[in-house]
Design a binder for this molecule. Structure first.
Ligand code: S6P
Ligand code: ZN
Length: 179
């Protein structure tokens, strides 16, 4: 299947080799810099440092897709990460497919259960409904993953911004530690 740049029609095959073409089909581009993540890390990030980008596609129908490019790096000894969120619809799960890099998804429920799934290229993480999720780049390359989720999910960022994540991911003397 050949993907035509700028053509917003589906179906589409997205692979670790052709994912940049997905970017050309995306209709929304978000950038998250240090200034957008003030208060999220243990230490404060440099305001102008680019931490991640998200490319969202206007798919037709029920499943939305978004590609996240999470830059390598740390704030202090805490690995670069996304804000993280719950879905407003507590029946909306999500799947992440990793195309590049090395990282993990950390998850938690409102009742305090936590879990994490390591991701490397070819890996898929299933995030059940009701679980907040945040992506961490624990490697030295960009971490790139495609998210698939119901278009009606909605995003609750406030709960995470107010209370944070129970588990965080740090570089402790060269070891990835989930604490
Ligand atoms: C959406 C999905 C991802 C994230 C993206 C950025 O449901 O989980 O596309 O939006 O990885 O993370 P965040 O927490 O800033 O939305
Ligand atoms: Zn989500």
């Amino acid at each position: 299947m050949i993907i035509m740049p700028d053509e917003k029609t589906w179906p589409v095959s997205i692979t670790p080799d052709n994912y940049p073409e997905f970017i050309s089909k995306s209709s929304k581009h978000l950038t998250r810099k240090g200034e957008d993540l003030a208060g999220y890390f243990k230490e404060e990030p440099e305001p102008e440092v680019l931490i991640y980008e998200v490319y969202e596609a206007e798919t037709e129908g029920h499943i939305k897709m978004a590609l996240t490019v999470l830059k390598p790096g740390k704030v202090g000894n805490e690995f670069h990460m996304t804000k993280g969120h719950y879905h407003e619809d507590d029946k909306a799960g999500e799947a992440y497919v990793c195309f590049r890099g090395q990282g993990m998804v950390i998850m938690q429920t409102r009742e305090g259960k936590t879990d994490e799934i390591p991701l490397k290229p070819g890996g898929l993480a299933y995030i059940p409904p009701g679980w907040a999720h945040r992506t961490i780049n624990t490697g030295s390359d960009e971490f790139i993953m495609l998210a698939l989720y119901p278009e009606t999910s909605g995003h609750d960022y406030d709960s995470i911004q107010e209370k944070g994540f129970i588990k965080r991911v740090f570089d402790m003397d060269g070891q990835v530690q989930v604490i």
